[in-house]
Design a protein. Structure first.
Length: 133
């Protein structure tokens, strides 16, 4: 017997975004398929860095908060069309050297069976801002 989940909606993506801002790995992973793929905004490959499978994606998601402990994705706007969607946001946080990160970006999603199967992140390449004192 197959269980069908409701389709992904803009509200789903808003809840996914909220889980990022709460640094809630369990909530985040509940949105993902078991064979999910995450392509980071930066990395050595044309796609950034590709993480495949739930455990690899879990580690990569958690790594974002380790690199930028106060990371937030603000001003979210979410769009869904069938099995694809986009979230637009402004990423903010503090880099290890104390400089401030503030840059716009988008996630491009593919959905399957009511969950996120792939998340591809794209960010503007803006230099960090000076640390505030």
């Amino acid at each position: 017997m197959t269980t069908h989940l409701p389709p992904v909606t803009e509200a789903t993506l808003a809840a996914f975004s909220a889980a990022w801002n709460q640094h809630d790995i369990e909530a985040l992973m509940s949105f993902m398929t078991d064979d999910c793929v995450f392509e980071t905004a930066a990395g050595p490959d044309a796609c950034g860095t590709r993480h495949t499978g739930a455990e690899a994606v879990r580690r990569a998601f958690a790594g974002a908060w380790q690199a930028v402990p106060d990371a937030k994705w603000l001003n979210g706007q979410h769009f869904v069309q069938g099995d694809f969607g986009v979230s637009q946001w402004t990423f903010t946080g503090t880099a290890a050297d104390g400089s401030r990160i503030e840059t716009d970006g988008v996630d491009v999603f593919a959905f399957r069976d009511g969950k996120i199967q792939s998340k591809k992140a794209f960010r503007k390449a803006r230099p960090n801002l000076p640390a505030t004192k």
